[in-house]
Design a protein around this ligand. Structure first.
Ligand code: FES
Ligand SMILES: [Fe+2]
Length: 466
């Protein structure tokens, strides 16, 4: 078949595929990691107004945000009786808490007397009950009415009828999800392949070592989409192309709700005019290493005959991080150790299971402004085998103008990468509004996850999914 006859979506970057390269590591990888699951989903332009229109945003609220499962907090944030986290989304506010019986419950954060929020937006803490700060109506952690000051004045309030309204709650892999829709299908329908793929990637047995919350000046979808493809790496992060196979990245689609990329590390960009040798790649990996324990000042490791930089780097990382975390990582494959493997769960969360990239992302609208987003970035590190549980980090907040370099202890190389990623967003949001062309034109392969996001969103908007 000639190139021109190749069906849409079937073109790939020339050269070895991600699958070929992972197989050449010659170690034991989960089967799904070397299986491709791309689907061609059409090539129509995506209208810019989906990122800018107040009407469209309101449709998203009514038909998607109030209908879909969404990650509200980590289970360890509500590990003890009375621990609570307030999760705010599209003008709503929800208290997620641990009850005395050990369940996790979610309540609308509003007093049944005159509406006051029972806990401040985005707050967290430990409480023995839910007491309204205005007049003192009080509910138990189970949501039962416990106290009404001047009870004599409310003979019409039936204690049993005055429980706090609850939202649906389900947990997966250490994450607490909520759903405003009482009739929603179970979370498992939305998770799709995730439980199977994450069978050996336990994110529940981890703790949050770093938590960054940054305001971003663009629509939530544009912010998420900036992290769904590696196509931008050459132009936006040119400093890193010796060590990342950007155009080799594999993109997978799993139904409506889950997508994945597998972005190779320790393999040079196909864009490079002359390909570096394996020792040069290893040296560059050490120069760029961005995770605690990965660095090795003036390392003296050599790539031996028949070895790859990927393998030498992964072995070093497993040993160093194993010592740092008091864990045995020897069973991990090269890919599970160093590649950027990113799963996106509709609508707004990304999970990274590999050792070198232990991040989780969430992109949610900031209030009801289609131009503003809150980006939550967590680092989940393994709990030590010794069983001593470190304290989880609380959010370090950055405004739109602030740089990731301002975060104490954050790796400077990584800070530059996040500044580069988020630095494009304001001009993109402005460009959406300035454009005389009505929509964006996506690459069929590298930007397929963006198209899937929009198509699934449309299924909510049309009522096909609810
Ligand atoms: S508004 Fe809550 S007790 Fe009055
Ligand atoms: Fe990026």
């Amino acid at each position: 078949m000639s190139k021109l006859d190749t069906p849409s979506g079937a073109h790939r970057c020339p050269g070895p595929s991600t699958r070929d390269i992972i197989l050449s590591d010659k170690d034991e990888v989960p089967e799904h990691l070397v299986e491709e699951s791309y689907s061609y989903l059409g090539d129509a332009d995506i209208p810019f107004e989906r990122y800018t229109s107040n009407d469209f945003f309101q449709q998203e609220i009514d038909n998607m945000w109030l209908k879909t499962w969404q990650w509200a907090c980590r289970e360890e944030e509500v590990s003890q009786t009375g621990d609570y986290v307030v999760y705010d989304i599209v003008g709503k506010s929800v208290i997620v808490l641990r009850t005395e019986s050990g369940d996790i419950k979610a309540f609308a954060n509003a007093c049944l007397h005159r509406g006051t929020q029972l806990k401040p937006s985005e707050s967290c803490g430990r409480s023995k009950n839910l007491r309204c700060p205005f007049h003192g109506f009080t509910w138990s952690l189970d949501g039962n009415l416990e106290d009404v000051p001047c009870r004599w004045d409310f003979p019409h309030v039936e204690t049993k009828q005055f429980s706090l309204p609850q939202l649906r709650v389900e947990c997966w892999n250490g994450f607490v999800f909520i759903n405003f829709n009482p009739d929603a299908a179970p979370l498992s329908d939305q998770l799709g392949v995730l439980p199977e793929h994450f069978k050996n990637w336990d994110l529940s047995g981890k703790f949050t070592s770093m938590y960054i919350r940054k305001k971003l000046p663009a629509n939530w979808k544009a912010c998420l989409e900036a992290f769904l493809e590696s196509y931008h790496v050459l132009e936006t992060h040119p400093q890193g192309i010796t060590t990342v196979g950007d155009a080799n990245t594999q993109y997978d689609i799993y139904g409506d709700f889950v997508s994945r990329f597998v972005h190779l590390v320790g393999y040079p960009s196909p864009h490079l005019e002359s390909q570096p040798d394996q020792q040069m790649i290893l040296d560059a990996l050490f120069a760029e290493a961005v995770v605690e324990g990965a660095q090795s000042e003036g390392h003296d490791l050599k790539v031996g005959p028949g070895e790859s930089a990927r393998k030498v780097f992964a072995d070093h990382l497993k040993k160093n991080l194993g010592e740092a975390y008091d864990r045995d990582f020897s069973r991990l494959s090269v890919s599970e150790t160093i590649d950027a493997i990113e799963y996106c769960l509709f609508p707004n969360t990304c999970f990274f299971p590999s050792l070198l990239f232990p991040m989780v992302y969430r992109f949610r609208p900031d209030g009801c402004d289609p131009d503003k987003t809150i980006f939550d970035l967590l680092y989940l590190q393994p709990l030590p085998d010794s069983g001593k549980v470190p304290d989880s980090a609380e959010p370090f907040e950055l405004d739109e103008q602030q740089s990731f370099h301002e975060i104490p202890g954050f790796d400077p190389g990584l800070a530059t990468i996040y500044d580069q990623d988020t630095g494009n967003l304001l001009s993109q949001q402005r460009g959406f509004k300035a454009s005389l062309k009505p929509g964006e034109t996506l690459g069929n392969y590298q930007e397929i996850r963006i198209r899937q996001l929009h198509q699934t969103l449309d299924k909510y908007l049309t009522g096909e999914v609810s």
